[in-house]
Design a protein around this ligand. Sequence first.
Ligand code: SF4
Length: 470
Amino acid sequence: MLEHRDRLQEELFVAGSLRELIPDDHVLVGVDRVLDLSWLRGEVAGCYDLLQGRPGIDPEAAVRLMLAGLLLGIVEDRRLLREAQVNLAIRWFAGWRLHERLPDHSSLTRIRQRWGAARFLSVFERTVLQCVEAGLVKGDLVHLDATLIRADVSWESLVRVHLDAVAEANEEGPAGGGNAGGGGRPGKTKKISRTDAQARMATSHRNHRLEPSYKQLTAVDGAQGVVLDAEAVSADIHEGGAALEQLDRIAERTGLEFATVTADKAYAYGRNYAALEARGMRAVIPPQRTGRSGMPMERFKYDALNDLARCPQGRILRPAARYAGGRFYRARRADCQACPLKSACVPKSVKARSLMIGDGYPALLRARRRHRRRLDEDRAAARSHRARVEGVHGEAKARHGLARAARRGLDNVAIQAYLTAAAINLKRLAKALLRAWLRGMSAGNACTAAIAAFICATRQRMQPPARMAA
Ligand code: SF4
């Protein structure tokens, strides 16, 4: 006997909750168990006039809608609202019933403009705190890295302008970049986009072409891959120069001082090594190779006590002018002119050798020596770096749409970065909760103390999946 389905139903009637129609292992069901946005209404109340105007969209529902889109890899508002029209899971997660009309896509744009990036940063920071409270962040190891996000502009929108115009654009917005100043370089030009003046041309590899981009500075905990920081900045900003500020942000956000920091060669500056040493943190950052042409830098000995350098011939190079991030050291012209190594050491165009020695150079030398020893713990931390932070970048781009900015302007990219990082943390939290339940069930007792404390804190949301409860 065969069943017959009548496809010409005139109306839809659902007895019970939409939740019963959604599988227990759906990503939105898992995230709903750990998502707590009850604080949000109070946080954004100041953005609305409570006495006049049409009632705004429930703030929690709006953020849930945005998070649902990112969790399912839908970043454009129009596409998200079209999908929500027919997707039961999104409707249930965001709180719209089947017969209720969804808001217009432009409402989400207005919400982002009205709240500003700071409110979305709060959403992300709360997920970090939840992960810390649940014991997912250990505070042993943090991985720093940066990734480029392709700006939402076309190639046709790019124009070449003078650097002074770029500097003016930077002053208008928060996209101020380290290399953008035009002072002292008359006639220099740069490409910018007419449709997104804050995007900058950048590339992640010297063999790849430059693309209009933003940059995300990312920090990931080494234990479970929780995202601790996801700051969108102009692609002009160098990640190595922003590392200490980033570590300060993480310490303030989590209340933890990490024992070990890993990063790639872009962070290998003497001042970073020195600052990390001063904070008692172990830096697993491979030093950059020094130039091989001429007399290599390693042949010179730096005497930190007397603040001078000695060349292979034993001559003294004394401190000269400062530059941003270090100081020049110069040999005497008479010493170099009479030196048998002059042709290998001094370029033809100058009379005496000079060295550029960056701040924190002694710490850089110690880091080089440590790197040469190839300690097992350093190698393990470096391996973890690749899996964790680069894994997070891959996950954010491949599954949550961060490969390309969905909207224009640094604020919009920052909102996208915060919500994507929040979505990743919520997935980690949901997974940990499920693991804790499974462990508790198999061990015949409750889950770990930290997870149990977290469950107690948000008890009303922590109903086990129906399938597991049965
Ligand atoms: S050229 Fe000058 S700096 Fe170089 S080895 Fe000779 S004396 Fe020293």
